[in-house]
Design a binder for this molecule. Sequence first.
Ligand SMILES: C[S@@+](CC[C@H](N)C(=O)[O-])C[C@H]1O[C@@H](n2cnc3c(N)ncnc32)[C@H](O)[C@@H]1O
Length: 362
Amino acid sequence: MERVQLNLGTEATVRALQRGELPWTLHSACDFASDPGQWGASLINNAEVMVSCLEIAGARSVVEVGAYAGDLTRFLLGWAAPAGAQVSAIDPAPQDELVRLSERHPELELFRATSHEALREMSHADAYVIDGDHNYYTVSEELRLIAERQPDSGLPLLMLHDVGWPHARRDDYFAPELVPDAHRQPTIEGGGLFPGLSQPHPGGLPYKWPAAREGGPRNGVLTAVEDFVAADPKRVLAVVPSFFGLGIVWHLDAAYAKPLAQALAPLDRNPVIARLEANRVFHLASVHHQLTEVAAAHERLGRQEAVLKRLLVSSSFRLAESLSRLRHRAGIATEQPIVGKQEILRALESKPNQRRGDRRKT
Ligand SMILES: C[S@@+](CC[C@H](N)C(=O)[O-])C[C@H]1O[C@@H](n2cnc3c(N)ncnc32)[C@H](O)[C@@H]1O
């Protein structure tokens, strides 16, 4: 299963920052293995909220579904050690960083399997972090499997990533073949997503297999969570809108239900955080769009340069240049400058800022 290569342009910028080639620095709080393109894609960005929830719930075991490069997993291990809590991670395609983390931390249980396979085998935990395959079918099944393994009518603490844009109301599939046809939305491979546009669009944020349309029934992570919560009036959902959205679900009969609700109240659907997030994803998509435009312009420039270089060594062009000079001398079309070898050489050599400098000198 391959994760789509995201936002190469931003990654190149980040590499340049790390090599000290740009006059500003990458904020240390943003430097995560799972996020070379600086999307704020890891749940680690919401870690403090999550750990507060784990603390309030008194969780002693937590399962992370979809752990990728282990950025959150490492944080959870740090939280678990003093409390003697157990951390498990499920991922069918763990990145090397996560595998190395599990080798350094034998207490971390790493299941190389899909969530549906692993959750059927594992004993139940106090808390689950759900951040694997972001689509209605996969998430609904994960929630069903977790809920049915829970003793009595209770529910473990559930924390789900991507209940915000773009996956709140739009499926995405890591491996479409694992989702039965009847449960899969029509997709557009590599579709680019823009906030506010239902259909994928060239130059939008690239995802591997996004649904061709946003919205409607049985589409998206938030839709899956809302349907799950609606099935039992004692299930509660809070949404912290930061970094693609964190959903927290608990059961009203849980001993910690009241303090958890109190702790989350200021963050739940907080309009300022929601506005910040909307602004952030707008700029993320906008920068990506500009980078794709720049890449297309570079490509066009490369083709134009190749043609000009061919002209420089072409005998037909030399002939045309001589003819043009003759016409000029004869007083024909004198308002048109002669296109010659020197002009082409200048066009090939000059960079925009050099041209500005040249202009200032004259
Ligand atoms: C967004 S990443 C997880 C990031 C991580 N939780 C973090 O916050 O840093 C999604 C991960 O889910 C994994 N994944 C994809 N399909 C899955 C499935 N059916 N079950 C479990 N994990 C899955 C992918 O291999 C990928 O590593």
